[in-house]
Design a protein around this ligand. Sequence first.
Ligand SMILES: *[C@@H]1O[C@H](CO)[C@@H](O)[C@H](O)[C@H]1NC(C)=O
Ligand SMILES: *[C@@H]1O[C@H](CO)[C@@H](O)[C@H](O)[C@H]1NC(C)=O
Ligand SMILES: *[C@@H]1O[C@H](CO)[C@@H](O)[C@H](O)[C@H]1NC(C)=O
Ligand SMILES: *[C@@H]1O[C@H](CO)[C@@H](O)[C@H](O)[C@H]1NC(C)=O
Ligand SMILES: *[C@@H]1O[C@H](CO)[C@@H](O)[C@H](O)[C@H]1NC(C)=O
Ligand SMILES: *[C@@H]1O[C@H](CO)[C@@H](O)[C@H](O)[C@H]1NC(C)=O
Ligand SMILES: *[C@@H]1O[C@H](CO)[C@@H](O)[C@H](O)[C@H]1NC(C)=O
Length: 480
Amino acid sequence: MASVSFFLVGFFVLACVVVLGATQNNSDGVEMGMEKEELLGLFEVLDALLDDSNWAQQHPHPCTETPWPGVECEVGQDPPLFHVTKIHVGPDILNAPCKSSATLSHSLFKLPYLNTLSIFNCFLKSPVTLSPTLFGGALFPPLEHLALDSNPSLSGEIPPTLAKIVSLKVLSLSQNMLEGKIPKEIGGMILLEQLDLSDNNLSGEVPLEIGGLENLTILDFSLNGLEGQVPCSLGQLQLLQKIDLGSNRFMGSIPPEIGKLKGLVLLDLSYNFINGPLPETLSGLENLEHLIVDHNPLNTEIPQFLGTTLRKLQTMSFSVCGLTGPLPYSLSSLKHLSALSLDNNSLTGSVPPNLGKIPSLDHLNLSNNQLSGELSFPEDFINRIGKRLDVRGNNGLCTSNHLYRKKNISVYLETPLCLNSSGHRNDKIFGDKNPNGLKRIRPSEHHIMESSEAPPCLNQKVISIFSFLVCCSLCFLMFL
Ligand SMILES: *[C@@H]1O[C@H](CO)[C@@H](O)[C@H](O)[C@H]1NC(C)=O
Ligand SMILES: *[C@@H]1O[C@H](CO)[C@@H](O)[C@H](O)[C@H]1NC(C)=O
Ligand SMILES: *[C@@H]1O[C@H](CO)[C@@H](O)[C@H](O)[C@H]1NC(C)=O
Ligand SMILES: *[C@@H]1O[C@H](CO)[C@@H](O)[C@H](O)[C@H]1NC(C)=O
Ligand SMILES: *[C@@H]1O[C@H](CO)[C@@H](O)[C@H](O)[C@H]1NC(C)=O
Ligand SMILES: *[C@@H]1O[C@H](CO)[C@@H](O)[C@H](O)[C@H]1NC(C)=O
Ligand SMILES: *[C@@H]1O[C@H](CO)[C@@H](O)[C@H](O)[C@H]1NC(C)=O
C-alpha cells in the first residue's frame, strides 16, 4: 500500500517536471512578459507558503530570467505572454520549504492558467483547512492536478464545493488529518482519473455516487475510518486498475459487482471486517495481479476458482482470515504467483507439493494452520525460497530428511520429522495420496484433485509392522 502510493507520488512529481516554458524571446524578438496581476498573484501565493520573505525580490521574472524549480510557466498564444501553470512546494524543492504559519492564499484566483498545484510536507503546525470559499470558489483556477499530501496540520472536512473543480483529473489528499464524510458531490467530478484520500481520519460510508467517476483508474481510500459496505457502484467504474480500501472498518461481504472490473490489477481490502464467502463473480477479474485481503473475518474456504481463473495473480494474501478447509490444488496453476500468504488461518489437509513448482513463487507463508501430512516440496524449491518458506505452527505437518540431500530439513523448517524418515527414500508421500487412498495419482494430475486431511500415520495403506510400531509410539508421544 505504502509503496504503491509512494510510486504514485513519484510518478506525479515526474509527470509534473516535464513542462518548462521556453525562456527565450519569441520569434518577433519582442521581450515577453507577464500580466502584472498574475505575477502579483504568484508572489502572494508563495509568500503565504514559503519561509522566504525575499522570494519576490530574488525571482522578479519567475518565468524567464529568475526561475525557481517549483514554478513552471507556459507561453500563451495571443497575446504571447507567460502564464504560471504549475506550483509545486515540497521537500524535493527546499529543505524546510514552508513557514510555520503557512496557508493557502486566495490569490490563487489570480492564476487563471494554473494547471497543477501540489504542496507536500508544508502545513506542519498551524491548522489549515480546505476552505469552501477557496476550493470551488467561482474564480478557482481550472486545475487538472491537485495534490496536497503529507500535511499533518491540514484538517477539517473535505468541502462539497471542492467537487466544483470539475476539471480535476488527479485529486490527491493523502496523509493529512482530514475528517468527516466523503462528500457525495465528488461523484460529479467526471474527469477524475485518480482519487487518493488515503491516510486521513475520514469516516462514514462511501457515497454510492462514487459510481459516477467513469474515468477513474485509481481509487485509494486506505487508512481511514470508513465504514458500511464496500460500495457496489464501484462495479460501474470499468477503467479501474487499483482499489485500495485497506485499514478501514468496512463490513458485509464483497459486492459481486466488483467482479465486473476487467482491468483491475490491485484489490486491497486488508484490515477490515469483511465477511465471506468470496463471490464467484470475482473470477471475472482476469487482470488481477494483487489480491490482498489479510485480517478480515472471512471465515470461509478458499474457493477453487481463485486458482483456475485469476491467471495473472502475483500476490495473494489471506493472513488471519479465518479460512477453513483445504488448500486447493488449483492454486498451483497460478504461474505468475510470487507471494502466497495464508498464515494464521484454520486450513486443514495436506500441502500440495505442486505449489513448489510455481516458477516465480518466492514467498510462501502457511504458518499457524492445521495442515498435516508429509511436506514434499521439490528440493530446488526449498533451496531457492530459503527462509521465505514458513510452515511452522502446523501440528500435523512433518518432513522427511531423506527427501532432501543438503539440509537437515526438519530442523531447517522447524517441523517434526515424519515417523519413518530415518529409512531410505520411499516414493509414497502423504501429500500425494487421494482422500480414500484408493489410487496413487501422478503429479501431473494434482491440479484436478482436492487435497484432503492426511494426518501422519493414518493414511498409509501398506505399512510394515516395524514402522507401524514406531509410528504408533511416536503418535502416542505427540499426543502427550
Ligand atoms: C530578448 O531580446 C532582447 C533583444 O534582442 C535581449 O536584449 C534580451 O536579453 C532577450 N531576452 C531573453 C530572455 O532572451
Ligand atoms: C474520459 O476520458 C476521455 C479521454 O481520456 C474523455 O474523452 C471522456 O469524455 C471521459 N469520460 C467522461 C465521463 O468524462
Ligand atoms: C478521528 O475522528 C474521530 C471522530 O470521527 C475522533 O474521535 C478521533 O479522535 C480522530 N482521530 C484523530 C487521530 O484525530
Ligand atoms: C498468528 O498466530 C500466532 C500463533 O497462534 C499468534 O501468536 C499470532 O499472534 C498470530 N498473529 C496474528 C496477527 O494474529
Ligand atoms: C509468516 O507469518 C507469521 C505471522 O503469522 C509471521 O510471524 C512470519 O514472520 C511470517 N513468515 C514469513 C517468512 O514471512
Ligand atoms: C537433524 O537435526 C536433529 C536435531 O539437531 C537431529 O536430532 C537429527 O538427528 C538430525 N537428522 C539428520 C538426518 O541429520
Ligand atoms: C516408511 O518406509 C517404508 C519403507 O522403508 C515405506 O514402505 C513406508 O510407506 C514408509 N512410511 C511412511 C509413513 O512414509
